[in-house]
Design a binder for this molecule. Structure first.
Ligand SMILES: [Zn+2]
Length: 405
């Protein structure tokens, strides 16, 4: 028979070593759990083992590794549209001019860190070539950051042929991107008119699909949106000039819709001195930006009424906006009238589905990756709770645990 005291000592040693080792099961008690697919439970214990969620047990008593009973636990948040390497240089300007490659990469490492600390455990960068090394460094655990998916560039021409779009996809596909990005319209700062013809948009989308890649199409003009949907894209980003009929077409084809209403334009305006004079960030461009917020918010309100439309959460975060990603969600709820639970589901399970990761992330359920965040307050009652992130776990590893304020 084993002496009870020895048994207790063995138990204590195990319990004390549990948080330090990823091998041992970790338990988290949540005061409230929002599961990512519309469910809410109170007083739940989530067990994590080997980087995955293994059990979700309501009402379980007993000691736990992390007691978050005063917090709300959610799946790690997902942003489907950022530009993760963008930053302000030493002169406070939104350009890499005068910077070394090392300075640029350090800024990018800072961006992924603040984004992770803000509760975003997966981001998709409509990104630059440098995203490749950044993605790998995060995946190897060299620097802390969200799981990074990237397009490694974009097809962005004022005019081009189907053959050129196909050649672009073929070239970028050799560098292992997670998706393909195609610009089908001008920037909103230049009016957003369609740039490449319908056949070229379709050729790019089909080439991407043939390479087994998802396709994100940047489109403001309604004609460009329709061409991308008919051409077989995965998701439309922006869509600022669409009619209700266009929104219904997007819904019917099962295309994901990623409007950005609450962060990107506001960030440009707040940081006007940092952007002013760079490219199309001129007086006219800023006027388009300022005047564009109300119509795109109105479009978003119409989109909420379209049955079956899969609205996903992307911010288009650039320099100055990294780490503020949740502002988009807050705006969608507080200004544009989205239901808080729908905004959360959009940011978690629906976003995961749009990334082709619907069976891995975006939910708190057994078998899913242990990507978990806890916030102070109840985001259903007050969506700004998503900006008060107290706990971040990605793949079973805790990156932040600051307790309730
Ligand atoms: Zn973008």
């Amino acid at each position: 028979m084993i002496h009870p005291a020895r048994c207790l000592v063995a138990f204590l040693v195990l319990a004390l070593s549990a948080p330090l080792s990823a091998q041992n099961p970790v338990t988290i008690r949540a005061g409230t759990l929002i599961d990512g697919v519309g469910g809410v439970q109170r007083n739940v214990v989530v067990t994590v083992d080997g980087g995955r969620i293994t059990r979700v047990e309501p009402g379980r008593a007993g000691a736990v590794t992390y007691d978050l009973s005063s917090l709300t636990l959610l799946p790690g948040l997902i942003d489907t549209h950022v530009h993760i390497t963008t930053h302000f240089n030493k002169a406070g300007r939104a350009t890499t001019e005068g910077e070394t490659e090392t300075e640029q990469m350090l800024a990018a490492a800072g961006n992924v860190y603040v984004t992770l600390m803000a509760g975003f455990t997966t981001i998709q960068s409509i990104g630059a070539r440098q995203d490749l090394e950044l993605r790998d460094a995060i995946a190897r655990g060299v620097i802390p950051g969200p799981r990074l998916l990237t397009s490694l560039g974009s097809f962005n021409r004022e005019t081009s042929t189907p053959a050129e779009a196909q050649a672009y996809v073929k070239e970028v596909a050799t560098r292992d991107p997670d998706l393909i990005k195609i610009f089908a319209s001008k920037s909103s700062r230049e009016g957003g008119g369609q740039t490449i013809d319908d056949a070229t948009i379709a050729a790019g989308c089909q080439a991407a699909r043939a390479a087994n890649k998802r396709v994100w199409v940047h489109a403001h003009a309604a004609s460009a949106v329709r061409a991308a949907v008919n051409g077989g894209c995965t998701a439309i980003t922006h869509g600022t000039q669409v009619s209700d009929a266009d929104l219904r077409l997007i819904a019917e084809r099962g295309v994901f819709f990623e409007p950005n209403v609450g962060l990107v334009s506001q960030n440009y305006i707040e940081n006007k001195p940092a952007y002013y004079g760079i490219g199309n960030f001129d007086e006219k461009g800023f006027k388009f930006t300022e005047d564009g917020i109300a119509p795109k918010t109105e479009m978003f309100r119409r989109a909420l009424k379209i049955p079956g439309l899969k609205i996903i959460m992307g911010t288009d975060a650039g320099a100055g906006a990294h780490g503020n990603n949740a502002q988009e969600i807050v705006y969608r709820v507080q200004v544009a009238g989205m239901r808080p639970m729908d905004a959360i589901t959009s940011t978690t399970s629906v976003n995961a589905e749009s990334l082709g990761l619907g069976d891995k992330i975006g939910r708190v359920a057994a078998g899913f990756e242990a990507d978990l965040v806890a916030v102070a307050g109840d985001p259903i009652a007050d969506i700004t709770a998503l900006e008060r992130v107290a706990f971040v776990m990605r793949g079973g590893k805790v990156y932040k645990n600051v307790g309730a304020p």
